[in-house]
Design a protein around this ligand. Structure first.
Ligand code: NAD
Length: 484
């Protein structure tokens, strides 16, 4: 199946931090893939802006190198690569200084969509917003894209929202959570709201509990200083897992429209109960074959920052009363895998007797790897010998079903950057959502600090600390395998 490509309006996209890791590894390759797919109009350009004193040609060389590594299939087409590079420009610019902004302004066209991507450290977000406005670079068609982390806590997120709001309207601010750009996450909404099959069962009467796992096999990877100040709660739970929880738990929005969807997500966050301390497990990885332990990695022998967190959350509303949500995320785990498991209740009565065993349906939504959806259903074990039941998967791998096995799966950034140009904010976080998520997370972190809580060690390459198993066991439940 070939996806339809609708070209976007002419645009100028300025990437502040264009020489950095995120720009080179994700944003520019995503833009190049959309270029190769035919989604760019003729009048469109990218302007890198960062502190390095590159000439435009030197920057193009850096970009070409990155594209060869991160978009290898498309870069083999030399014509496409060269044409794309002709659309790439560069201005050396310091976000903390007022020089060189006129050079940037001279490269921008007044009538095009104008997007400023803040792919720099969060301490520069406010400065950039102020300088764009001060140097008169903002037009009615201007959008700004803000990377994570959006604040460190509620207070800093509020301050950042206020700074951005002083210069841009909410409709111009695109707060990225790249999980929302993943194909399966959007499919989650299609599955829930495009089928009659699931929605009538999507409540506490039929769903026993929901598990959300975002497991990473890698460690901290050059982000030691940031990570040791953040930890898994701020780095993953407050944003990515919270967003997944919102999409699973929200009421059907009246339409697939940015504010309708975000209003429903916000209601979920606001309905979350505070988490009891005994419903949270924190962990820190030990040394293992894949590298040093957490404290050695971050160079802080007394660090009490968690690289793993598991918790039980409750959404206190009519639909979900009594259905717990178990969320876990961690680094250096056995496998890289993001999956949501909707665990349905047992059939109320087994007509087959105790020997047949009890079986419940599980809907697994895999975000990575191998994006797809599996529904476990109970059938009779084949063959003679009585009525024994087994669970079998009804499996839908998107790569197979949509005939895209031989193509790279689209990266979340491809979708998100094009949505910025299109002016569609549905898959971006609104300011009040981010603040509500911090308002839920802050007391959890404050509780750890007040109690002097120390994370439990866990083996690198394991499924996390044993206490996370106990969290489930106490409730008579257990985690599904990290990779179902
Ligand atoms: P990086 O350190 O690799 O790059 C930072 C970029 O900012 C460089 O281009 C640098 O020249 C530029 N820069 C620094 N100070 C500047 C200044 N005063 N004026 C102008 N430019 C300046 O960082 P990164 O990993 O690319 O991350 C960028 C942002 O994206 C950060 O907010 C980070 O939290 C976020 N992010 C990164 C990733 C990732 O995978 N790298 C993932 C999610 C979010």
């Amino acid at each position: 199946m070939v996806s339809r490509v609708i070209p976007v309006d002419p645009f100028d996209l300025v990437i502040f931090g264009g020489t950095g890791d995120l720009a080179q590894r994700k944003i520019l390759p995503a833009l190049f893939r959309r270029f190769c797919a035919g989604q760019w109009p003729d009048d469109a350009q990218i302007i890198g802006a960062a502190r390095a004193e590159y000439t435009p040609d030197a920057f193009r060389e850096v970009v070409a190198e990155s594209l060869r590594s991160h978009a290898p299939a498309q870069s083999r087409n030399a014509d496409a690569l060269n044409t794309f590079l002709q659309r790439v420009d560069y201005v050396p610019l310091d976000a903390l200084s007022d020089t060189a902004w006129d050079r940037l302004a001279a490269k921008l066209a007044d009538d095009r969509v104008r997007a400023f991507y803040f792919s720099v450290g969060p301490q520069l977000f406010g400065q950039l917003a102020e300088r764009i406005k001060h140097h008169d670079l903002a037009t009615p068609k201007t959008r700004i894209v803000v990377e994570k982390p959006f604040g460190h806590d509620l207070e800093s997120a509020r301050a950042l929202n206020a700074t951005l709001a002083a210069h841009f309207s909410e409709g111009q601010i695109y707060r990225i959570d790249h999980y929302l750009g993943k194909e399966t996450v959007q499919n989650l909404m299609a599955v829930r709201f495009g089928n009659m099959l699931f929605e009538p069962l999507w409540n506490s009467q039929y769903v026993d509990h929901i598990q959300i796992t975002v497991a990473e096999s890698v460690g901290i990877d050059g982000r030691e200083e940031y990570y040791d100040r953040a930890g898994a709660m701020r780095d993953m739970m407050q944003n990515h897992l919270m967003q997944l929880l919102c999409l699973i738990a929200m009421e059907p929005p009246a339409k697939f429209d940015p504010d309708a969807v975000r209003d429903e997500k916000l209601k979920v966050i606001r309905a979350l109960d505070p988490v009891e301390p005994h419903h949270i497990v924190r962990g820190q990885f030990d040394a293992g074959p894949s590298g040093a332990g957490y404290r050695d990695t971050v160079g802080n022998p007394r660090s009490t920052t968690e690289s793993y967190v598991a918790l039980r959350a409750h959404v206190s509303n009519w639909r979900w009363a009594g259905t717990p949500f178990y969320l876990r995320t961690g680094k250096r785990l056995i496998e890289r895998s993001s999956v949501i498991n909707v665990m349905f209740k047992d059939a109320p009565h087994s007509i087959f007797g105790a020997d047949a065993g009890r079986h419940a349906n599980v809907l697994s939504i895999r975000l990575q790897p191998n994006e797809g959806i599996t529904l476990k259903v109970t059938i009779k074990e084949p063959g003679p010998g009585g009525m024994r039941l087994v669970d079998v998967p009804l499996d839908m791998s998107f790569a197979e079903a949509l005939g895209s096995e031989n193509q790279d799966p689209p990266d979340a950034y491809e979708r998100l950057v094009m949505d910025v140009i299109r002016g569609n904010q549905t898959l971006f976080m609104r300011g009040d959502e981010v603040e509500a998520a911090w308002a839920w997370t802050d007391p959890i972190i404050a509780g750890w600090q007040a109690r002097g809580d120390v994370p439990k060690p866990y083996d690198s390459g394991s499924t996390g600390p044993g206490d996370a198993e106990l969290l489930m066991k106490r409730d008579g439940r257990r985690w599904q395998g990290i990779n179902p």
